[in-house]
Design a binder for this molecule. Structure first.
Ligand SMILES: Nc1ncnc2c1ncn2[C@@H]1O[C@H](COP(=O)(O)OP(=O)(O)OP(=O)(O)O)[C@@H](O)[C@H]1O
Length: 226
């Protein structure tokens, strides 16, 4: 056998809506265990790239390979559990923290392992929060619940869309420290969109800059940041 395939690879990935190319011919490879950050101006197509990487949006051309397998051949539920997304807005549903954290498996009719919610909440520093109503949470706490909800299915690839953007500076630092710990403590592969260049410097192995729907530059933080 040759060299193993990257964990996640986009090939000629495009997303065109009404003749407008929101993303065009993107090639990208993320190695297992790597943290790749995606930067670029507002409207460049960063969120669209993340949505295409987990097939929340359907590419209009090109595709994505997960461990060398074209993701269009994978069962959608399997893909959903292997590539998890933490959206920019936590988008919690009214109800308890436990109900939100377990929503994916519950919608799929899967059983919930006893103690798993509590263990995950401990990992995101929300011990004792399982039965609290999400309407009572701070922005930082809600973002932790969103992270726990995505981690619940233990995805191999974690996609994070500006997870600290909507938070106050203290909560931003807390969530970034949590993510840095989570990513360092596991072999999980991550793709993180951020506006914060200092954050890139702190947690990225590699960076791509997206401009106008194309990859403008890629490399280490030192190579890509000004
Ligand atoms: N489904 C869609 N249909 C039409 N236009 C879309 C669609 N999805 C995204 N766009 C447009 O594509 C452009 C890129 O959007 P996207 O959210 O990917 O940018 P972004 O780089 O994440 O921006 P920001 O940093 O402001 O979040 C925007 O102009 C957006 O309005």
């Amino acid at each position: 056998m040759g060299v193993s395939a990257p964990k996640l690879a986009a090939e000629d990935l495009s997303f065109v809506v009404d003749d407008t190319a929101i993303l065009r011919d993107v090639d990208l490879a993320v190695e297992a265990g790597e943290t790749l950050t995606v930067i670029g101006p507002s409207g460049a197509g960063k969120s669209t790239l993340l949505r295409l990487l987990c097939r929340l949006d359907e590419p209009t051309a090109g595709t994505v390979y997960l461990d060398g397998t074209d993701y269009r051949t994978l069962d959608p539920t399997a893909l959903r559990t292997r590539v998890g997304m933490v959206p920019q807005d936590p988008a919690l549903r009214d109800g308890t923290v436990r109900e939100n954290v377990t929503i994916g498996p519950r919608l799929r009719g899967e059983s919930i392992e006893p103690g798993r919610v509590e263990a995950l909440l401990a990992r995101v520093d929300l011990e004792g929060y399982a039965d609290r109503e999400v309407t009572d949470l701070s922005g930082g706490e809600a973002q932790r619940v969103a992270i726990a909800r995505t981690l619940f299915v233990d995805p191999e690839v974690l996609l994070l869309d500006e997870p600290t953007a909507s938070l106050d500076p203290d909560a931003q630092a807390d969530i970034e420290a949590l993510l840095a710990d989570l990513l360092a403590a596991s072999a999980r592969t991550a793709v993180l969109v951020t506006h914060d260049q200092a954050q890139v410097d702190r947690i990225a192995d590699r960076v791509v800059r997206v401009v106008g729907g194309r990859i403008h530059s890629a490399g280490t933080p030192g190579e890509v940041l000004p």
